[in-house]
Design a protein around this ligand. Structure first.
Ligand code: AMP
Length: 295
């Protein structure tokens, strides 16, 4: 069914969205897709603004809390759902259509096939969240197909997801161009996230230390620190806050490959972490430039 929310079209079934996308293509308009799980904030809106830069594109935002990417003990049931507010926000940003299917619409009885991502899917986020990336990539593959997306926008906030998506699109020859969008942060440095609304005031102050620790690591790299030193500086920074339960701190190259023991050249790299603050699990990452090193 398709209904109107001011000028925003709202599709709830895959068939409706596909019909809409095919009409857009017949009219010569590219589809620019922004996949989200809703509880929209200004980080999501950065993706929408980037999508609007594609000439003549119709921006379509999907809102779907994807059960396939949540583990058994994760926050699927309590994940914030704010659909009416989300639709108002999208309408006010001039988005063409929203896609808000139910789990049954996306995974009807008889659904069998999932994406099997490569080895990176079991590291970092994947080590703590088994099956998470298989679920995330599967829903994105479905969304690309349903929406006939020509362009799709993803935040660097989920840098590992973005890296795996690039690999999937390449390996499976999916005809969509992916556009990475820089992380949107509060003035304090805290990366915007739908999960930030779980945080108490005290926890929020602690959560702000995550980006500060990445910044400390990046500053060390700027001064010529080796990869090991960068990680140590970041961990030591976090160790000053014993209430923060660190899951991992890792430094990888920009494609998330593990770093060698030496490099003759400076190298763009990514510093990534996950940590629990109270019961809320948060992730963040930052790009930096490593100087040549040798251990
Ligand atoms: P989510 O709704 O959390 O699944 O996120 C949907 C998309 O928005 C993903 O591509 C995220 O990487 C992106 N996103 C979430 N938070 C931010 C942020 N603070 N800055 C940029 N992109 C973000």
């Amino acid at each position: 069914m398709t209904s109107e929310n001011t000028s925003l079209q709202v599709c709830t079934t895959p068939a409706d969205l596909t019909a809409l996308a095919e009409k857009l293509h017949a009219d010569g308009r590219p589809v620019a897709l922004v996949p989200t799980m809703g509880a929209l904030h200004d980080g999501h809106m950065q993706l929408v603004r980037a999508a609007k830069q594609i000439p003549n594109a119709a921006v379509i935002v999907s809102i779907f809390v994807n059960p396939l990417q949540f583990g058994l003990n994760e926050d699927l049931d309590s994940y914030p759902r704010t659909l009416p507010e989300d639709l108002d926000l999208l309408a006010s940003e001039g988005v063409y259509a929203a896609f808000a299917p139910t789990p049954q619409d996306m995974y009807p009885d008889g659904f069998r096939t999932t994406v099997n991502p490569g080895p990176l899917s079991t590291e970092m986020e994947g080590a703590t969240r088994p099956g998470h990336f298989a679920g995330a990539l599967t829903v994105c593959a479905k969304l690309f197909g349903i929406s006939r997306a020509d362009h799709a926008f993803f935040g660097e906030k989920d840098y590992q997801q973005l890296t795996l998506l690039k690999q999937m699109v390449k390996d499976l020859n999916i005809p969509v161009t992916l556009h990475p969008v820089a992380i949107r942060r509060e003035k304090s440095g805290l990366a915007l996230s739908s999960r930030n609304r779980y945080l108490s005031d005290t926890e929020r102050t602690l959560a702000e230390q995550l980006s500060a620790s990445l910044r400390a690591g990046k500053d060390a790299a700027d001064k010529g620190a080796t990869p090991r030193e960068v990680v140590t500086v970041t961990r030591d920074y976090l160790a000053r806050y014993p209430e923060i339960e660190v899951d991992y701190v890792e430094l990888r190259d920009a494609g998330l490959r593990k770093l060698n023991d030496y490099s003759d050249n400076s190298l763009p790299a990514r510093l990534l972490l996950a940590a629990r603050v109270g019961t809320t699990r948060l992730i963040d990452n930052m790009g930096l430039m490593l100087q040549p090193w040798d251990y």
